[in-house]
Design a protein around this ligand. Structure first.
Ligand code: G3I
Length: 349
């Protein structure tokens, strides 16, 4: 009897299996949210706060497709404290609220960076009215205030962003110049104090392939771990371009970090191209996206794949790289591009 019931149950299961089957077995997910559940990892997007407020179609697709979000600019220091002591949390709050309503986790971006600092801070340091001692206090206050405000609401913080340059040196920034390299450990300790459950990341670009940057970043992580500094994750931004070879060593590079016990995330994926876009270029782009997601899916410690904006309607790329664009997985009308479909085909290996 038991065997008969088991047989019937198995038969019912087969009938319930959605069709059609496709290469790799199983039905292809309908959207990225379903893919996220299938892969048991978060699939995220950066959010443009103005588009979120003003464009219903943008909001609808964002909330349907993604299980994780990052504020593209709204949590950066110049956005949240444009004048000293004057906090403007509206944009960041709106993004966090929207995420909570839509069952999306949040990546906090970013607590310590050399860009998008408020002018009161950079000018104060430049004219000497803010000395090193005060600068350290200001940094601590900033981290405690921002990470404290969102305590319990942020899955992971990019605590320090882009602290190594492309030659593999510690980046010359107001932080390094005035506080010395110890600012990194301080930042992690303060962030942990402010939000003890958030995963704390070091995040960088070109880390998929640049050996000088990789080696220095590994050394920083090892040093922090040796000092028992609370660091939990490594963020690979993943800004690629199809005019460059795909960084084929990326899986091995990711393992070098996760072997140290860190979790990993691809935090800002996009794949730009020299315009105009052609079917061939879009196919190459799709392949690059697919390989990046597959790299994350193949590493048990890689928990999140986030795209730096999901639509070509809102992208930092054309403003930064002359003649380049079309870097995202949906076009200006929010229609899926080949890259979107390529992501849907990724399986855990
Ligand atoms: O908000 C001002 C607006 O008031 C002003 O009128 C307008 C005129 O230029 O500028 C607006 O600020 C822009 C800001 O984005 C907000 O839209 C800046 O000019 C523009 O430079 C800034 O660019 C951002 C860039 O970081 C700045 O560093 C991009 O949107 C953002 O995508 C990009 O994101 C970074 C990550 O944080 C870290 N990794 C690299 C990544 C790409 O550069």
């Amino acid at each position: 009897m038991k065997r008969l019931l088991l047989g019937l149950a198995a038969f019912a299961l087969v009938l319930a299996l959605p069709l059609p089957a496709f290469a790799g077995g199983g039905r292809q997910p309908d959207d990225l949210r379903e893919l996220s559940h299938k892969l048991r990892m978060y699939i995220g997007s950066a959010v443009d706060v103005t588009a979120l407020a003003e464009e219903a179609d943008y909001r609808q697709v964002l909330n349907r497709e993604f299980t994780h979000i990052t504020a593209e600019n709204a949590m950066k220091w110049e956005s949240v404290e444009p004048q000293r002591g004057v906090y403007t949390w509206e944009g960041a709050d709106a993004i966090v609220r929207n995420a909570q309503r839509n069952r999306q986790k949040v990546r906090g971006h970013t607590l310590v960076w050399h860009n998008q600092l408020p002018t009161w801070l950079t000018e104060g340091v430049a004219d000497g009215s803010i000395d090193a001692k005060e600068l350290r206090r200001i940094l601590r206050d900033h981290i405690m205030t921002e990470a404290g405000r969102y305590r319990g609401k942020i899955r992971a913080w990019d605590v320090v962003n882009e602290v190594v340059d492309d030659e593999g040196n510690m980046r010359e920034s107001i932080w390094l110049t005035h506080l010395g390299p110890g600012y990194i450990a301080d930042a992690f300790r303060w962030a942990h104090q402010a939000d003890p459950h958030a995963k704390l990341y070091i995040n960088d670009y070109n880390l998929e392939w640049n050996t000088a940057k990789i080696d220095t970043t590994l050394a920083i992580v090892k040093d922090l771990k040796a000092k028992r500094v609370p660091i939990h994750g490594i963020g690979f931004q993943g800004h690629l371009g199809i005019q460059y070879d795909y960084p084929a060593d990326f899986p091995a590079v990711m393992s070098r970090f996760t072997d140290l016990g860190l979790e990993a995330a691809i935090t800002e994926a996009d794949v730009r191209m020299v315009m105009p876009a052609t079917p061939e270029k879009l196919a190459t782009q799709a392949d690059y996206y697919q390989r990046m997601l597959a790299t994350c899916a193949a590493n048990d410690r890689c928990v999140e794949f986030t795209v730096w904006g999901y639509t070509d309607r809102h992208s930092w790329v054309p403003g930064w790289f002359d003649g380049e664009g079309a870097a995202n997985i949906m076009d200006e009308n929010l229609a899926p591009k080949p890259a979107y479909n390529a992501l849907l085909s990724v399986r855990r290996t």
